[in-house]
Design a protein around this ligand. Structure first.
Ligand SMILES: *Cc1c(COP(=O)(O)O)cnc(C)c1O
Length: 429
């Protein structure tokens, strides 16, 4: 048994594990200053969407924005739109809009490529800044693409690089004078466990190493302050909490102090100082613009811009507080109301150590998630046994948490998930 959980706002009153009611949550929605942000999203009625950490919901503005980009800018403007609609500046413009969400200066962020590609670029660049060091440190169980890209870099550069996977508990102590870069994901995609970004960055700096942060599961949900933590390099996903749409382009952060020294290994023409001089020799653009490689995808950028615009006027500390409070309520209610045989919390109980999703383990996790989805509660499953619930503070209500947990309670109590149709694995889980 655990201690009672209290919400931070005393006006709602202490809500114990056993005492939290649906009315309490409805009351909390009524006083939630972020509640109006939900109106900016086109959410299907009758559905509770707990997967905004995998694919953010569709903002109401997106279809018109993308439609305009297609019909007016592309259809009528044609190639002129690179100038007349300033397509050429879109990566920097959208980057500048993402910057305040992660505590960066406008000129430190640019949108380019995918998260996987950006990780490759930044880690190769970091190695270039530490030419006499060969160790890249990360943790086992990091997001697969991060590990695979690091393995690819090690394969490409051979003896120049040694990739070390060190378990979380020992990682800070493993940063030493051989370490070129520490490459970590701020919020773990399975457990939602959060790295203490400031501490790890400070430790890296004390040993002369760089810190590269993957913010895919935190940008747009947590109050990240890259400037305050002294982060060197970071990147993140456009289609999760930033609501940029499936496969949206990614963002890159390069602290101002590294911008003129950091080279991109993908030295494409859009990162050239003067792409339209068409000269033979590469000369990197000043600033973060050298992180561009090829021609930016303008339709993807238009959708991402609409997603990022949904944050207008939103204070990130309040957003983080709401996401964590949603998580506290979710954990509280699951443990108070659901059959707990085989269902165990996989996320930190302490909100300050979590991101904005909550995970539980269950040996029948896949089937349970399918049964939930069949009843209109959409989360996802991460092998081998993780049920993952994204608690997107921008468009989720406290009452949704109650309703989702009641659905989970019924799925477990009824044994409904044991139907063979729920065991059939789809390609994407
Ligand atoms: C979602 C996610 C990615 C996605 O990378 P893509 O290149 O967009 O497929 C990468 N890293 C982490 C930690 C993620 O959570």
């Amino acid at each position: 048994m655990r201690d009672a959980v209290a919400f931070e706002e005393p006006s709602v009153g202490a809500m114990s594990k056993s005492g939290l009611s649906r009315n309490d949550l409805v009351a909390r929605d009524a006083v939630d200053p972020l509640a109006p942000a939900r109106e900016g999203f086109d959410l299907p009625p009758g559905l509770i969407y707990l997967d905004g950490n995998s694919l953010g919901a569709l903002p109401r503005a997106t279809a018109a924005r993308v439609g305009e980009t297609i019909e007016i800018e592309w259809g009528a403007g044609l190639v002129r739109s690179w100038n007349t609609h300033d397509w050429i500046a879109a990566p920097a413009r959208v980057g500048a809009k993402i910057a305040p969400l992660v505590g960066a200066a406008a000129h430190e962020v640019i949108v380019a490529d995918s998260t996987s590609v950006n990780l490759f670029k930044l880690v190769c660049g970091a190695l270039g800044l530490r030419p006499d060091r060969r160790v890249i440190l990360t943790e086992p169980g990091n997001f697969p693409t991060d590990l695979y890209v690091l393995q690819g870099i090690a394969g490409l550069l051979g003896s120049r690089v040694e990739l070390r996977l060190v378990p979380r508990a020992e990682l800070a102590g493993a940063i030493d004078e051989e370490t070129a870069a520490v490459v970590l994901t701020h919020v773990h995609y399975k457990t939602a466990e959060r790295w203490p970004m400031a501490e790890i960055t400070a430790r890296a700096h004390a040993k002369g190493a760089l810190a590269v942060w993957d913010l895919s599961h935190s940008a747009g949900a947590l109050a990240i302050d890259l400037g305050a933590v002294g982060a060197d390099l970071a990147l993140g996903c456009g289609y999760k909490y930033l609501n940029g749409g499936p496969g949206a382009p990614s963002f890159v952060f390069v602290a101002e102090r590294w911008q003129e020294a950091l080279a991109s290994p993908l030295s494409g023409w859009m990162g050239h100082a003067a792409p339209f001089e068409f000269v033979d020799d590469y000369r990197p653009a000043p600033g973060v613009r050298r992180q561009l490689c090829g021609t930016p995808g303008i339709l993807g950028l238009a959708a991402l811009e609409a997603g990022v615009d949904a944050f207008a006027g939103v204070e990130m500390a309040a957003l983080e507080g709401k996401g964590l409070a949603l998580g506290d309520a979710f954990i509280d209610l699951v443990e108070a109301r659901c059959e707990l045989a085989n269902l165990t919390l996989a996320s930190p109980r302490e909100a300050a150590r979590r991101g904005s999703h909550v995970s539980f383990r269950h040996p029948d996790g896949y089937a349970i998630m399918q049964a939930l989805i069949a009843r209109g509660v959409i989360g996802d499953f991460r092998a081998p046994d993780i049920l993952r619930f994204g608690l997107t503070p921008l468009y989720l209500r406290f009452a949704d948490v109650w309703d989702a947990v009641e659905t989970l309670r019924d799925v477990l109590a009824s044994g409904d998930y044991r139907q063979p149709r729920f065991a059939r694995r789809a390609t994407v889980t």
